[in-house]
Design a protein around this ligand. Structure first.
Ligand code: SF4
Length: 342
């Protein structure tokens, strides 16, 4: 087990974890909300350092990132645990791995320790141009991610986080020098949704989004449209306006369909209709966002990138397959910059 980096010691063998915005106070022999950071005799340990629960070579489009190295492969890893408790979670078998003692610590799912060097060498062997920290919330395995990120940078690999955006300032400060791209899950613009559905708060996510954008990291945003929970017209309008006004009209916005069958606790909820996704796309377009994408509707034109100036097709997509008609990130017809990081 690896001692954690982001915490401070209090009296009586108690510690405060300073890795995410929950700032859990953790008594001796207890874990924080994410269940993978444990106080052992007054010192905080990461239970997942070096123990990925999932390792895959993914298309970058799967993150989803549509304007970052389009068509490239990203070596992707995640561990157990999460600092959110989203009822709709689709990776709940790893993110909500419960009761750490029943999993035979360390939380490795039977794998042996995977050193950061091994992750980087596997990424290179598999022709990946980036490493993605994804599947569960990377914040909760930040010490492991950071070691990999430093090595990846030295080998000219990019670093990508797919995150709920709930990291603390100190976590953000530590990762920003090595972070190239991020997809933040902005789940709703309603504080109550965050409180009830995720057991977290909206405001810190909005603050971190602004910091990420200001820092120059490539930013894309995903919103899962859950019928009756995160599909309200006015809420989505406010969310789209926040992106335009506070982050910029060049930030791509992905609207994703909800699937109850694979969700953690919403198995009886209805799936998202295509009409709802299309309505949300219109909200984004009407708010003047340049790049709005329908997710999980293969073959629909709303998965393509069109030039925001002359509206010609720049990148067509079918699932994770893409075909490019742009000229190195510029429109082949009118030369407009398409905000693509190559
Ligand atoms: S990472 Fe967040 S949820 Fe986990 S122990 Fe630290 S403050 Fe709590």
């Amino acid at each position: 087990m690896q001692e954690a980096k982001f915490y401070k010691k209090l009296d009586n063998l108690t510690v405060v974890c300073e890795l995410c915005r929950h700032f859990c106070t953790i008594a001796d022999q207890q874990t924080g909300i994410c269940q993978v950071r444990k106080n052992i005799n007054g010192e905080l340990f990461s239970l997942v350092y070096g123990y990925p629960a999932a390792l895959n070579v993914d298309p970058i489009e799967k993150k989803p990132l549509f304007h970052f190295q389009p068509g490239s492969l990203s070596y992707s890893l995640g561990t157990l645990g999460c600092n959110f408790k989203c009822a709709n979670c689709q990776n709940w078998d790893i993110s909500q791995a419960k009761n750490t003692t029943s999993l035979n610590l360390p939380l490795s799912r039977g794998t042996s320790l995977v050193e950061p060097e091994k992750i980087v060498s596997e990424a290179l062997i598999n022709d990946c141009s980036s490493i993605s920290y994804t599947y569960n919330e990377p914040t909760i395995f930040a010490e492991y991610a950071l070691e990999i990120m430093k090595l990846a940078r030295a080998k000219n690999l990019k670093n990508v986080w797919v995150t709920n955006g709930y990291m603390s300032d100190s976590c953000l400060e530590a990762i920003l020098p090595y972070l190239d791209a991020v997809n933040v899950d902005l789940k709703s613009f309603d504080e109550n949704f965050y409180l009830k559905n995720c057991r977290a708060k909206l405001r810190p996510v909005l603050e971190n989004l602004k910091t990420l954008k200001k820092s120059g990291v490539h930013l894309e945003i995903t919103t899962l449209i859950i019928p009756g929970l995160s599909d309200d017209y006015e809420m989505l309008k406010s969310l789209a306006e926040f992106i335009v006004n506070e982050l910029g009209d060049d930030v791509p916005w992905h609207l994703a369909k909800f699937s109850p069958a694979v969700s953690w606790k919403l198995k009886k909820a209805p799936p998202t209709s295509e009409e709802k996704i299309f309505e949300a796309c219109d909200i984004g377009k009407n708010a003047s966002l340049k790049y709005v994408y329908a997710g999980n509707i293969p073959g629909d034109e709303r998965e393509n990138t069109y030039c925001p100036a002359c509206h010609e097709l720049a990148i067509s997509r079918f699932g994770y397959e893409i075909e490019r008609f742009d000229n190195h990130g510029r429109c082949a017809y009118c030369d407009k910059n398409l905000d693509i990081f190559e």
